[in-house]
Write a protein that binds this ligand. Structure first.
Ligand SMILES: N[C@@H](CCC(=O)N[C@@H](CS)C(=O)NCC(=O)O)C(=O)O
Length: 205
C-alpha cells in the first residue's frame, strides 16, 4: 500500500502526539517523527510555520496540512483503516472523545494549580472529576451490542485515545497516593488493557 509522505512535528513528549504516533505505528504507516526542543519550537514560531503557535503540525508530501490534533488523528486513522465507520460508531465514539477532552480540561486545571493547592486538587480530580466523566463513558460502553473489548466491534482510533487519556487518571492517582480511578470502571479499564496488548503499543517509545 502506498501512503503520502508524512511528517509529524511535536515536542519530545507524549502529549497530543502520542495517540497520533500510535495510530500511525499500528497502521504500519511510515512517518517522520520530528521531536522538537523548546528552542526549535521557538525557531518554527519565528519562521511563521505554526499558524496557531502550537504543535502538533502535520505535513503531507512536504506541505503544511494541519495544526489541529483532532484533524490530524482523524486523517491518520482514515489512512490506517482505524476510522469510525457507520453512524452508530460515530455517535458513540465521538461522544467518548469529547468526554475525554472534558477530562483533559479538568486535568489541566489541576496540573496548573499552585503548589499549595496541587495535592488537594489532584485528589479532587482522582476522586470526583475523573469519575464524573468516566461514569458517562462507562455507560456508553454498557450500551454496546457486541462482546468484544473495544468501543466498536473493530479497533478504532477512539480506543487508542481512551488508552492515552486514561493515564491522566492513573498517573494523577499515583502522584497523590490514591487508588487508580479506573478500578471503578471495568469496561473502560478493559479497553485500556486490550489496547496496551497491541504489539505496536507495547513496543512504543
Ligand atoms: N487545539 C490544539 C492545541 C494544541 C496545543 O495546545 N499544543 C500545545 C502543546 S500540547 C502547544 O503547542 N503549546 C505551545 C507551547 O508549549 O509553547 C490541538 O489540539 O492541536
Amino acid at each position: 500500500m502506498s501512503f503520502p509522505e508524512l511528517e509529524l512535528i511535536y515536542f519530545a513528549a507524549p502529549g497530543r502526539a502520542r495517540p497520533i504516533r500510535l495510530v500511525l505505528e499500528i497502521g504500519k504507516i511510515p512517518f517522520k517523527d520530528t521531536r522538537v526542543t523548546k528552542e526549535e519550537f521557538g525557531a518554527l514560531l519565528q519562521a511563521g510555520e505554526l499558524p496557531l503557535q502550537t504543535v502538533p503540525i502535520l505535513k503531507v508530501d512536504g506541505k503544511f496540512a494541519s495544526s489541529q490534533s483532532g484533524a490530524i488523528i482523524r486523517f491518520v486513522a482514515a489512512l490506517a483503516g482505524l476510522q469510525l465507520t457507520g453512524a452508530t460508531a460515530v455517535v458513540r465514539g465521538e461522544d467518548i472523545v469529547a468526554t475525554l477532552e472534558d477530562i483533559l480540561g479538568l486535568w489541566v486545571k489541576y496540573f496548573s494549580s499552585s503548589e499549595e493547592e496541587k495535592e488537594k486538587n489532584g485528589i479532587d480530580f482522582v476522586e470526583s472529576g475523573f469519575p464524573f466523566y468516566a461514569k458517562h463513558i462507562e455507560s456508553i460502553l454498557g450500551n454496546r451490542q457486541h462482546e468484544g473489548p473495544f468501543v466498536n466491534e473493530k479497533l478504532s482510533w477512539v480506543d487508542i485515545y481512551m488508552y492515552c487519556f486514561a493515564e491522566l487518571g492513573v498517573d494523577t492517582a499515583k502522584a497523590v497516593n490514591k487508588e487508580s480511578p479506573l478500578l471503578k470502571f471495568p469496561r473502560f479499564a478493559a479497553v485500556v488493557k486490550a489496547v496496551s496488548e497491541i504489539p505496536e503499543v507495547a513496543a512504543h517509545q
